[in-house]
Design a binder for this molecule. Structure first.
Ligand SMILES: [Zn+2]
Length: 52
């Protein structure tokens, strides 16, 4: 039995790896640490800064 939320996360992770360079500009950057983060994230996965 597949956990749907885990499945969804696996797909998202795979898609994020697949994004070509020119698409990366559309991805937000953390205001605190400056790392690229998905706009879907509520928190920066690198520093934990809250993203709006
Ligand atoms: Zn950050």
């Amino acid at each position: 039995m597949i956990d749907l939320s885990q499945w969804h996360q696996a797909i998202k992770a795979a898609l994020e790896d697949y994004i070509p360079d020119e698409e990366e500009e559309k991805i937000g950057a953390c205001p605190k640490c400056g790392k690229k983060v998905s706009p879907d994230f509520k928190l920066c996965p690198y520093c934990g800064c809250r993203l709006s």
